[in-house]
Design a protein around this ligand. Structure first.
Ligand code: NAI
Ligand code: MG
Length: 350
């Protein structure tokens, strides 16, 4: 029997609750399929762990993760630790250390879920986010701290190699979708260096994909198009910062942040890829048992797909869709079910 080694990192807040739910659904789907096994090891790396020890990832931690087939991640973020410390302490070292440069964020309105948009029911997008450089490259610094002369720089880094590989990835993905349509999102009117490089490389790569229809939008304009003409978009490719924002908008337009999944991929598979719900640790509902586990189930389906278990991924998504369609929904989707009830319903549907 095939066996996959999964590293689970629940992290903080509702991350702990939804990863527990996600692992139950994964084990259930593996049992139903009967053709593979999941060997899960959990890592306690979190903000409490950091407060006790002074680090999120212990010495040798990344090397240990490297041996796994995939990483199943919850969320990181605590009211006791500044967000830039937690993000750079746990999530970004994994994304950057494992060269997970392609961040894929599907957005679709699931059965039984209502988009806040009149024209939103048919939304079916994939946002492809550059995940290794750009605005989140970590370049910059501060000088003259606290003085009136204080200066801070935040430098975006765009490399031809980085831009080329994300565009190529986005074209490959767009080509496999029914509409074969890819929209380039930049801000090359105001930002005339890196963003212009993005535009140029996009149209160079496009020559290798004549079957993919392309168009381009400025990032501000694409937000209005997402809201007013959602049906005219299919696959979008954008920088680290822009796609971060657009994918939260996409999640809201498909009903809730509580259903939106994401995959941080190392497409060449030199390193393990990481799968996580888009949402954070949600201080307002953490510990109450009411977090929506659907984002994590969908995330688990993306992970199964990446592992090559397409049948299991489809089985899990049909179970999720039958449950959302049947009305068993958490509060963020207007229902009254809790995490446990949705999880049990999905496992029963499996
Ligand atoms: P958040 O995603 O944690 O919460 C935003 C809103 O959405 C809250 O009202 C929350 O209750 C709701 N929500 C989120 N997920 C939900 C779910 N599964 N079910 C029902 N409702 C849900 O974003 P926020 O409040 O900006 O950040 C809280 C903490 O999480 C911060 O420390 C932030 O840095 C961190 N964060 C971490 C992320 C990650 O680990 N990838 C991503 C986003 C935020
Ligand atoms: Mg975000």
């Amino acid at each position: 029997m095939r066996a996959y080694r999964i590293a689970a990192i629940p992290g903080d807040g509702i991350g702990v609750e939804v990863i527990a739910a996600g692992l139950r659904a994964l084990q259930e789907v593996a049992a139903r399929e009967g053709s593979f096994r999941l060997e899960v090891e959990s890592f306690p790396w979190s903000s409490d762990y950091y407060l006790e020890r002074g680090y999120y990832i212990p010495e040798g931690g990344l090397e240990k993760l490297r041996a796994f087939d995939a990483i199943f991640f919850g969320a990181v973020g605590s009211q006791k630790v500044p967000d830039h410390i937690s993000l750079w302490g746990l999530r970004l070292p994994i994304c950057q250390g494992f060269d997970q440069y392609a961040n894929v964020r599907p957005a679709r309105v699931l059965p039984g879920v209502t988009s806040p948009l009149r024209a939103g029911q048919g939304i079916d997008w994939v946002v492809v986010r550059e995940n290794s450089e750009g605005e989140y490259a970590g370049h910059g610094g501060r000088a003259h701290r606290g003085l009136p002369e204080e200066v801070a720089t935040e430098t975006a880094v765009f490399t031809r190699a980085g831009v080329t590989r994300i565009h190529r990835f986005a074209f490959e993905l767009a080509r496999k979708r029914p509409k074969k349509h890819l929209t380039l999102v930049t801000k090359s009117n105001a930002q005339r260096h890196g963003m212009v490089l993005w535009d140029e490389v996009f149209f160079e790569v496009a020559r290798d994909y004549p079957e993919v229809k392309t168009d381009r939008e400025l990032v501000d304009a694409v937000t209005t198009r997402m809201v007013l003409k959602p049906g005219t978009l299919d696959t979008l490719v954008a920088t680290n910062l822009h796609a971060d924002i657009l994918s939260d908008l996409a999640a809201a337009l498909t009903g809730s942040l509580g259903i939106a999944p994401t995959a941080n991929l190392n497409p060449e598979r030199r390193f393990p890829s990481m799968f996580e719900p888009i949402h954070g640790s949600a201080f307002d509902i953490a510990g109450k048992g009411i977090a929506n586990p659907i984002a994590t189930f969908w995330t688990a389906a993306l992970m199964l797909e990446h592992l090559g278990e397409q049948g299991a991924a489809r089985r899990l998504m049909s179970a999720v869709e039958s449950v959302t369609g049947s009305g068993v929904r958490t509060r963020d989707l207007g229902g009254s079910a809790n995490t446990e009830e949705v999880t049990r319903a999905v496992c029963a549907a499996l």
